[in-house]
Design a binder for this molecule. Sequence first.
Ligand code: L34
Length: 293
Amino acid sequence: MQILDGKLLARQVKDELAKETAAQIAAGGKVPHLAAVLVGDNPASQVYVRNKVRSCEQVGFHSTLIKKPVDISQEELLHIIHELNNDDGIDGFIVQLPLPAHLDEEKITLAIDPEKDVDGFHPVNIGRMALGLPCYLPATPCGIVEILKRYEIPTSGKEVVVVGRSNIVGTPISILLSRKEKVGNATVTLCHSRTANLAEHTRRADILIASIGKPNTITADMVKEGVVVIDVGINRIDDPEAARGYRLVGDVDFPGVSPKASYITPVPGGVGQMTVVSLLMNTLSASKKAIYG
Ligand code: L34
């Protein structure tokens, strides 16, 4: 069993991005600038956005963090998005999800200019992705592709089983891996909460992508020997002995499944790390106007 080390890969990609950014600036180009909008005080979102801002600093980007109280109105948030859309200094921006229940995530996502949608969540970017056109790829699926690419894990002709059909992970990764691309050409099965006999599907997987949002959903009896496991889940479990009072686990029962796996991502230190660097990759493309000219 080999660990797919997201932390190590993230460091490598960041080194590459830092060099490319320095070269761009030395050639008289732009310092890439990412803005992140964080609404409310969801503790996990605070950690993720902090990681994003810190990572921008590490690679030499500018970043702007816009923090707003939990009770911000929809109009006010739409106004901020409108300003960011029209701010030439900002190459790309994100609105961290989930949003408080009174805000309409769909409306907010649709308000973001696709050219600045470095999260790749806007239907224009998702549609372009589905057709194989240049686009911003959603960060988590992009991170998964980068892991498979850099560890040289073959996908062509393989059985990929994705568990979870969210707009930001399950749906896009199933499209990406079935496309005719270097990391692609897989036979993809997309399972979800209404799938009958989940284990029958997961046991067929050469590559299993778990993005359910519930700890220990994938157990040893549900996978075959030699499976490649990509665990997207990040769940907080109360743990009085841990310094922070909780520990992080994925959607996969790591102690049970890892002995059967050929490769497996850890949580933390796996996919989450690559989600952050994918956002940086998209922001650098945005600063070059590489996608939309
Ligand atoms: N708009 N909302 C928007 N864009 C995104 O790309 C996200 N996502 C997901 C949630 N909402 C979003 C993220 O940023 C998930 N996500 C994310 C980002 C970073 C990490 C995990 C998920 C991350 O840094 N994970 C660390 C551990 C962090 C911790 O200690 O809690 C890891 O090693 O997995």
